[in-house]
Design a protein around this ligand. Structure first.
Ligand SMILES: [Zn+2]
Length: 444
């Protein structure tokens, strides 16, 4: 693979173990890995000038539903709480098929890339009309994103007291068999892996206790990670108390859903005991502040989680409840929300960057990503800080206080996937046009 020299970066926030920051340095990328960092490195390779730029590790997104980029700002769901929002959207999603999954994933992945993301998970939990997780995996491979797709599922439909319509639920045996097929076919556990598959029943209110337990057994047997939604809002807690007789943390623990191979989305309503449980067991959290605001769910206790030692990463969540998929905006929102509830010193711009990079990598079990250090994967974001957003900034490296919301350049596994603000791996205007045609058709 080509060797690339990123030259004369004005400021590098490494997020390495010492959290070093360096000025005027070069970074050599070779064979997908960061090979050398230093001043005045010898050339001989393709060079990318980074003067006037801040370089950070690529951002990591730990929770998404890529297919939802096709249902942004749907009028009936704009002002609803979680359960009402879901009931508005389920009938629309039931008309999706493989093409809708593929195109919406490409749009979502491109949007993430432009906001500096180099590693994302995805949670796909409905498979109407022949749609498969394979459709999103194909989309990620084509665009060049490092991808952690998770095989979601819903098995309790309306007629069994669940929330989703019966046509969107699957038999539990089929769900587990497809998860096995996907792990065997696509999961790559090796260092530098571009695809790792996870097992991810949608939520405790859309699958049975048996499926939660069997999914955990299957994931451990296969050596893959587990993911679901947990403790998202007050309705969610009330449902858990009424149906299961316990809080969500207890439910998760009882069914094998704690550990460093598990991460839960939201966790807005975790109490002190649940935070201790997650810290002790190193259970990860995907914090999705914009979605939590959008659905009025509340402010996740991220300060308390971080202080206790819970691994926390950021998630944009699906684009039907955000309705953006920009990780920079997400990181800024996480910083601001903690300040709303805990005071102005509750989270610095650099801590928000740490959560957005190495924090997310830890949650996804990727010790090879999330920091700029020799031997780590070459996932790098280059931010131009000569523009209007940074003009007058006394600390251009504090990009979440004052800085661009899109990258100039982005490298994933040493491959340049964004150059001068343009995605290099697909014809984005064409993909957007196709997506808009699909959205119009779904709306008619
Ligand atoms: Zn979600």
């Amino acid at each position: 693979m080509a060797e690339i020299l990123i030259q004369n970066a004005s400021h590098v926030l490494t997020m390495d173990d010492a959290r070093r920051e360096m000025a005027g340095v070069d970074i050599r990328i070779k064979d997908g890995v960061i090979a050398e960092i230093g001043h005045g490195l010898a050339g001989g390779a393709e060079t990318v000038l980074a003067s006037g730029c801040v370089v950070t590790p690529g951002l990591v997104n730990t929770h998404h539903h890529l297919y939802q980029t096709l249902t942004r700002a749907v009028p009936g769901g704009q002002d609803a709480l979680l359960f009402g929002w879901l009931q508005t959207l389920y009938p629309i999603w039931s008309r999706f098929g493989p093409d809708e999954m593929f195109i919406s994933a490409q749009v979502g992945l491109a949007e993430l890339m432009l906001s500096g993301c180099t590693l994302t998970s995805d949670h796909l939990y409905l498979f109407p009309n022949g749609a498969r997780l394979d459709d999103t995996i194909d989309a990620a491979a084509e665009i060049g994103m490092r991808f952690h797709p998770t095989r979601g599922a819903m098995s309790i439909g309306e007629s069994d007291g669940g929330l989703p319509p019966d046509m969107l639920v699957e038999r539990e045996e089929d769900i587990l068999n497809d998860a096995i097929r996907l792990v065997d076919r696509f999961h790559d556990a090796s260092e530098g892996s571009m695809c790792r598959v996870g097992v991810a029943p949608c939520s405790p209110f859309s699958v049975s206790r048996d499926l939660m337990r069997d999914a955990a057994i299957l994931a451990r047997d296969k050596g893959v990670m587990l993911h679901t939604h947990l403790a998202e809002n007050d309705e969610d807690i009330a449902y858990s108390l009424e149906k299961f007789g316990c809080r969500p943390g207890q439910y998760a623990e009882d069914l094998g859903w704690t550990g460093d191979d598990v991460w839960h989305a939201h966790c807005v309503k975790l109490d002190g005991q649940e935070i201790d449980l997650f810290a002790r067991s190193k259970t990860g959290v995907a914090h999705c502040p914009c979605s939590n605001c959008r659905l009025g769910s509340g402010i996740a206790p991220v300060r308390a989680m971080r202080d206790a030692g819970v691994p926390v990463g950021l998630g944009v969540d699906g684009s039907a409840s955000n309705d953006a998929g920009n990780l920079v905006l997400e990181a800024r929102q996480s910083m601001l929300l903690q300040r709303v509830s805990q005071g102005a010193d509750a989270m610095s711009a650099r801590e928000a960057l740490e959560i957005a990079t190495r924090g997310g990598a830890e949650v996804l079990g990727r010790s090879d990503c999330g920091q700029i250090a020799v031997g780590k994967r070459a996932d790098l974001a280059i931010w131009d800080v000569t523009g209007i957003e940074s003009a007058g900034s006394w600390d251009p490296a504090a990009i979440f206080l004052a800085g661009p919301t899109q990258v100039r350049d982005l490298f994933i596994e040493g491959r340049q996937v964004v150059r001068d603000g343009i995605v290099t791996t697909l014809d984005l205007p064409k993909v957007i046009e196709r997506q808009n045609e699909m959205a119009q058709k779904l709306a008619s």
